[in-house]
Design a protein around this ligand. Sequence first.
Ligand code: GDP
Length: 138
Amino acid sequence: MAQRTFSIIKPDAMRKNHAGAILAEIERAGFRIVAIKKLFISKAQAEGFYYVHRERPFFASLTQFMSSGPIIAMVLEKDNAITDLRKLMGATNPANADEGTIRKKFAASIEENAIHGSDAEDTAQFEIGYFFAGYELL
Ligand code: GDP
């Protein structure tokens, strides 16, 4: 059954003009773009988004990075969207990412790693609702 997930093209990929190439990979992999917008989030908004990581040593750096420039937030749909997007993204650290994955192609470091994708049903629901209103999800 079609499933929805949430994704962000992160500020590093935006700065390097990789947004179009990443979107092409996502569409080629069979995802439907349900909703999409470019926006600039504050550090406080990044902290709310990454609340689950608040105790991690990289929390301050990560939220600084995520508010350092524009991002593209999107909702994607396909069968097994959550797992399939995580596969397409590759490992968090691009040094460990498989050939052909988005992070292998476009990420520079474990933090500046080009793309976010929800890791489970409950986080996908939270993340979609954090950035999009119901009427935008058509
Ligand atoms: P993801 O699900 O693959 O995005 O990884 P996580 O949920 O574990 O971490 C969220 C984000 O925090 C990652 O995508 C990275 O941008 C960043 N991050 C994760 N681990 C580290 C780390 O060890 N150091 C730093 N600086 N950033 C990290």
